[in-house]
Design a protein around this ligand. Structure first.
Ligand SMILES: C[S@@+](CC[C@H](N)C(=O)[O-])C[C@H]1O[C@@H](n2cnc3c(N)ncnc32)[C@H](O)[C@@H]1O
Length: 339
């Protein structure tokens, strides 16, 4: 039975815990394991002998595939070196979909090219049955002039007003840099990275499992997006940090009736199939060629029919802002009023 595991972070060894999850019961599994790089975790020694590390990885990878439904996906995040081995394990039991390159700098080790990306392996349990949604992200622009960074030549007028379809190279999501957004954990991932993965591979109420919870990035993304989650984590302090964060989250990462991913006050990922419904929430330049220098922006003052918190009544443009203490730039026309 999977029910007792749902929407909880379970403290313990993921190999033991995975064994308790029934076959074909989870819609998406995501793992960000220790990289065997001598990182300073509280309960885990991150420096195994090569063969020992790989044998251990193969065991939990095979378990992840076993618990995933035939329509489901398996994501593995790591440095390229370990992903080359992971792909070998996965090719025997699942179907390759993508090797996503996430542009994010890491520490140089010895005499090497500067390591500047992590990989995210994306496998289908069964490629013929895979649930998958195309997603879009905002066009990249010059920070000052706001012109499009890429030269699309004569194709500008036919560009999608929101942004391009997401490719297998992700350059728009950055590591958590500011200490005020970081937990006491050496390698916390950004939530909107996981939200993107959740949006492209699952539906509302689907089950997402992360065997290496850390401080709960995957669980948080799943909860914000109205999915169910299961997290496993060896360290009780990381479990406690996650539970505290989860208590403060509600499933409200929406625009209208559609689930979307926000970073600060901007939508950073949406589903292509939701665009017809979502476009009314944006100011879109009238002349298609103006997309070259004018971003589309979210409209303000959309009334939200949600329970109000903290005695504030807020005129907002999206669900995620309704709880915030501080409100976003006046330029967007968003403001909050005391009740
Ligand atoms: C790279 S971190 C994951 C970080 C996570 N993605 C986040 O954003 O917070 C790996 C985590 O796996 C945990 N861990 C290590 N071995 C484990 C095991 N056998 N079972 C469960 N968790 C384990 C470590 O304590 C660490 O928190």
């Amino acid at each position: 039975m999977i029910e007792p595991f749902l929407n909880k972070i379970h403290q313990g060894d993921c190999l033991d815990l995975l064994k308790k999850i029934p076959d074909n019961s989870v819609d998406m599994t995501f793992a960000d394991p220790p990289f065997n790089l001598k990182k300073g975790y509280k309960s885990y020694k991150d420096s195994l002998a090569l063969q020992e590390y790989l044998e251990w990885c193969e065991k939990w990878i095979l378990e992840m595939v076993r618990v995933t439904k035939p329509t489901g996906s398996i994501f593995l995040h790591n440095i390229p070196k370990w992903l080359t081995y992971y792909a070998g394990f996965l090719n025997k039991v699942a179907d390759f979909k993508h090797w996503i390159s996430w542009d994010a700098p890491s520490m140089p080790m010895g005499k090497t090219l500067q390591p500047s990306h992590y990989g995210i392996l994306f496998y289908a349990k069964n490629i013929k049955e895979l649930k998958f949604y195309e997603i879009r992200y905002p066009h990249k622009r010059d920070r000052k002039s706001k012109y499009l960074s890429k030269d699309y030549g004569g194709k500008k007028p036919i560009l999608h007003p929101f942004g391009s379809l997401v490719s297998d190279v992700w350059t728009d999501i950055h590591r958590v840099k500011h200490n005020k957004y970081r937990d006491e954990h050496p390698c916390q991932l950004p939530v909107h990275l996981l939200e993107r993965i959740v949006l492209m591979s699952t539906d509302e109420n689907d089950i997402v499992l992360d065997p290496f919870n850390g401080t709960g990035t995957t669980a948080l993304a799943a909860k914000r997006l109205g999915r169910q989650f299961i997290g496993f984590e060896l360290d009780s302090e990381y479990v406690a940090i996650t539970n505290k964060k989860l208590e403060q989250e509600i499933p409200n990462s929406k625009l209208g009736d559609c689930w979307v991913s926000y970073y600060l006050d901007k939508v950073v990922t949406l589903r292509d199939s939701d665009w017809e419904e979502l476009k009314e929430y944006f100011y879109i330049p009238e002349k298609p060629e103006d997309i070259d220098h004018t971003s589309i922006i979210l409209k303000s003052k959309v009334t939200v029919s949600s329970p109000l918190k903290n005695g504030y009544n807020i005129e907002i443009h999206n669900m995620r802002l309704f709880e915030k203490e501080t409100i976003y730039p006046a330029a967007n026309g968003i403001h909050k009023k005391k009740k």
